[in-house]
Design a protein around this ligand. Structure first.
Ligand SMILES: Cc1cc2nc3c(=O)[nH]c(=O)nc-3n(C[C@H](O)[C@H](O)[C@H](O)COP(=O)(O)OP(=O)(O)OC[C@H]3O[C@@H](n4cnc5c(N)ncnc54)[C@H](O)[C@@H]3O)c2cc1C
Length: 396
């Protein structure tokens, strides 16, 4: 049976794109998006890049099509209200303003929130300790990025690296503290993580690996090495947690996100999309949650089709990008468990190169640093599951 009313919880990229896809696929029933942020749905990637740097304006952030066009799509967007619970059998959503919303089908698009440092490491007075996930977070951080300001970033993941990059370009003295021996090791592997870590050093941003924040004090941070770093602001980028608490009484598997089947269905007439969804990607024989912009878009498109009766597995080749210090890092594919990574074009000395990842005799990923056209050429090859030999033949 086709649903008459679809409720989407989470008014961000995956939620909005699901609504758009449902309309494009011919869904004519009622659509409601419920979001707990006060803003109209906006795009997050510029928050650590152009918006934080002041080169991208607030009115350039809303998701496309912008909010007025959501009205054209006949979608009711309710902002500033959180879903607090759901009865899947009765198909009723409860919200933080004390209301209930009845639905025929439900979309979980609630994304993730920041992980925090342990409270015992905080000081009662001292520099502000901020994170970056939302527009409000970016607005809080922006005024601190002034020439000469000491900025300590905790965590050398993509968001931490982008904040350090933006801070350094604003004339701040930025330092990055990373617990692991190599930055981005989990995402890119040791060899490529180490190369990308050199982007910091090239701009005189100090990267302290094998180091953690022990204590915030009145004037900065004390590190696990005993060193003290002066800080006007501390930015913590140590990962995220999926927003699943509103689904706690449903009996769904909520360990590390909403567990779905291969079609993104989490329950009868319920799908999950974007950062919050965990599903078995049959392409890789792996059940995972992916925190990339493109995955939010592609999963939204797929889950909309599933809700309207589709039964195809969602088998994407993951893709993400990151902009740091004028360089563009792009990665297509899965880098976990590779056997070899080979630089096939460009120069690692210049930090402008293309690398391919091999597992067995297959190409499994391509990484480009400032090689936009070359890396995107491997997308179709990865979708086609080409052999390593054929991939090498395709190197431009
Ligand atoms: C600063 C930053 C920079 C990024 N840069 C890149 C990049 O360069 N490249 C890249 O590939 N990816 C990037 N990303 C990741 C990308 O933005 C995310 O993958 C994408 O936003 C995921 O979309 P989503 O809709 O699944 O989740 P989210 O964007 O997290 O949205 C979920 C929404 O649901 C709301 N919500 C949560 N719980 C409830 C509830 N109970 N009721 C109602 N609403 C609720 C949240 O407040 C939020 O508004 C970046 C992310 C950040 C934060």
């Amino acid at each position: 049976m086709r649903p008459d009313h679809i409720a989407i919880v989470g008014a961000s990229l995956a939620g909005v794109r699901t609504a758009e896809a449902l309309r494009r696929l011919g869904f004519l029933g009622a659509l409601t998006i419920v979001g707990d942020e006060p803003h109209v749905p906006y795009d997050r990637p510029p928050l650590s890049k152009g918006y934080l740097a002041g080169t991208r304006r607030l009115d350039q952030l809303p998701l496309h099509p912008p909010a007025p066009m959501l009205e054209d799509l006949d979608v009711e967007v309710v902002t500033g209200i959180a879903a607090t619970g759901v009865d899947l059998a009765a198909r009723i959503l409860t919200t933080s303003d004390g209301h209930t919303i009845e639905f025929d089908a439900l979309v979980a698009a609630t994304g993730t929130r920041l992980r925090h440092l342990p409270p015992e490491t905080m000081a009662t007075t001292g520099p502000p300790v901020l994170g970056l996930r939302t527009l409000s977070d970016a607005d809080r951080l922006k005024p601190f990025l002034t020439t000469g300001a000491n900025v300590v970033v905790v965590g050398a993941g993509f968001i931490g690296a982008e904040v350090a990059s933006t801070a350094s370009q604003a004339g701040c003295n930025a330092s990055v503290v990373e617990a692991l021996p190599i930055p981005l090791q989990r995402q890119l592997g040791a060899e490529m993580g180490a190369l990308c870590g050199r982007l910091h050093q090239r701009q005189d941003v100090r990267l302290l690996t094998n180091t953690t924040l022990a204590q915030v004090d009145k004037t900065g941070v004390v590190l696990s090495t005993g060193e003290h770093l002066a800080a006007d602001v501390i930015v913590v980028g140590i990962g995220v947690l999926p927003n699943v608490e509103w689904l706690e009484d449903t009996g769904l598997d909520l360990s590390n996100g909403v567990l779905c089947d291969s079609t993104l269905r989490a329950h009868t007439d319920m799908v999950a999309v974007g950062d919050v969804a965990r599903w078995p990607n049959t392409r890789y024989n792996e059940t995972a949650r992916i925190e990339h912009w493109t995955n939010a878009v592609e999963s939204a498109e797929h889950a909309a089709a599933t809700l309207l009766g589709g039964n195809d597995p969602f088998e994407p080749v993951p893709y993400f990008w990151s902009d740091q210090y004028g360089a563009k890092i792009q990665c297509i594919g899965r880098t976990t468990g590779y056997d070899e990574v080979r630089v096939v074009a460009g120069s690692t000395d210049d930090l402008k190169f293309l690398a391919l990842y091999r597992k067995g005799d297959a190409l499994v990923a391509a990484l480009g640093v400032s090689m936009v056209r070359q890396v995107m050429g491997f997308r179709q090859l990865l979708l086609d599951r080409v052999s390593w030999t054929n991939a090498l033949d395709a190197v431009p």
